[in-house]
Design a protein around this ligand. Structure first.
Ligand code: HEC
Ligand code: HEC
Length: 381
């Protein structure tokens, strides 16, 4: 047992103290002996992939401060939107919408990803434009259609104008409220939003009955005929890389994705492989929320995604050179012509039973951890 356990089970802590005083004492002792190498996570997650930056060690007071800020609507211009507004525990830390809605009912063009297991990734956002959780936090605060604050100084002013927060910042960071510490506290809280110990994990750990026969066939398909694990790999079901699988390329505007960050033509339309943990709860799916259900998503992969010049090699049969891609891209923009012949798409040829099995497998990735996090009952005044 380590600090992290106490963070994850934070909301239960008070009850635990009363019911199991001895257990709490044990926790307390181990809390003082906190060391990264003794990190204990829900089963199935890989401790060695869990990222804690050297300059932002986790403490329980910091996590609690981050939880308060995360749920506090005073961090938005009109006092209606908090981080939790779009990343709500009710929807496994997403918002259940196709694309997010911020202050004044304004909508953006990307779907809110779940925040479970974000501690396992360096790059944040669909296009990876923030390279840490700390770096991500301030983005939504000043985004005019999300929390709409005029500047980060303004955010700092709001928080430091609340005496209850000033006290907490003194206790946690031993200094005045500043935007970097606001980000550190929220990022620390986010590191406690976890999902593991799913039926899939228990199956992998040796419990043969943890998932049914259909899900077992689905797992085999995931790793084999449907080749999902070429990208959704590792204990968090992502390779942490960026791929163009053709979402968006069926008409309408194209979101250039990773290209907007790197300026590399090969990254046009590429997005970060998202985790599949809690996937049954986090629809609609894809960066634009274009797939309403998991059934639709499986059909999308079955037909090989959408044709476009930058389609990932895993999604199309031939490996194309960048020059070929660029020529095809020009063709598309100039003529609107379909740039890849249909036969080049790597169709999966899944039977209806295969699709059902794959779906049942995906449902076994619903686990535990994040459910213990509750909105604060009251906020610092
Ligand atoms: C108005 C809705 C909205 C609000 C408010 C909001 N987010 Fe988000 N969040 C999103 C959307 C949409 C994305 C994806 C944007 C993108 O990738 O370009 C996102 C992405 C993220 C990511 C990246 C996740 C990943 O898988 O890469 C993190 C972390 C995150 N938000 C945390 C926060 C925090 C912390 C706050 C509060 C300071 C917050 N969000 C406020 C909608 C919102
Ligand atoms: C070539 C890499 C790759 C392969 C192969 C792949 N995926 Fe994905 N997956 C991605 C990327 C990248 C996204 C996000 C794409 C976007 O939004 O533009 C994604 C998104 C998803 C989503 C939506 C997640 C969310 O939170 O919105 C699901 C569900 C999914 N994949 C399941 C699967 C399944 C099932 C398979 C196998 C049939 C599969 N994937 C194969 C890379 C891949």
């Amino acid at each position: 047992m380590t600090y992290l356990i106490s963070a994850v089970f934070y909301s239960d802590c008070r009850r635990t103290i009363i019911k199991h005083f001895a257990a709490f004492l044990l926790l307390f002792v181990q809390l003082n002996a906190w060391a990264e190498d003794s990190l204990v996570l829900p089963i199935g997650l890989d401790t060695s992939d869990y990222i804690i930056p050297g300059d932002n060690p986790i403490t329980d007071a910091k996590v609690e401060l981050g939880r308060l800020l995360f749920f506090d609507t005073r961090l938005s211009l009109d006092g209606t939107v908090s981080c939790a507004f779009c990343h709500s525990p009710q929807f496994a830390f997403t918002d259940g919408l196709m694309v997010s809605r911020g202050i004044g009912q304004q909508t953006g063009n990307r779907s809110a990803p779940t925040l479970v297991n974000r501690a396992f990734s360096a790059a944040q956002f669909w296009d990876g434009r923030a390279d840490s959780l700390e770096a991500q936090v301030t983005g939504p605060m000043t985004n005019p259609i999300e929390m709409g604050m005029p500047s980060l100084e303004y955010v700092t002013g709001i928080v430091s104008g609340i005496p209850g927060y000033r006290d907490r910042f003194q206790k946690v960071f031993n200094r005045e409220v500043n935007i970097e510490d606001i980000a550190r506290a929220i990022a620390s809280f986010e590191r406690t939003i976890l999902s593991g110990n799913a039926p899939y994990d228990r199956f992998q750990a040796g419990d043969a009955d943890a998932i049914d026969e259909s899900a077992k066939r689905g797992l085999k398909l995931f790793e084999d005929k449907a080749r999902c694990n070429q990208c959704h790999s590792g204990s968090n079901f992502t390779d942490e890389k960026f791929h163009n699988i053709g979402v968006d390329w069926d008409g309408g505007t194209v979101d250039l994705g990773r290209y907007l960050v790197t300026g590399q033509a090969a990254d046009i339309g590429a997005f970060k492989t998202p985790t599949l943990r809690e996937i049954a709860l986090t629809g609609p799916y894809m960066h634009d929320g274009s797939q309403a259900t998991l059934e639709e998503t499986i059909d999308f992969y079955d037909k090989g995604g959408n044709r476009n010049p930058f389609l990932d090699v895993e999604m199309a049969r031939p490996t194309r050179s960048l020059d070929m891609m660029l020529t095809m891209f020009e063709d598309k923009t100039n003529t609107g012509a379909k740039s890849l012949p249909a036969e080049e798409l790597a169709k999966l040829n899944l039977t209806s039973q295969d699709k059902l099995d794959l779906l049942n497998f995906l449902k076994t990735l619903g686990g535990e951890g994040w459910q213990r996090i509750e909105p604060p009952v009251s906020f610092p005044q």
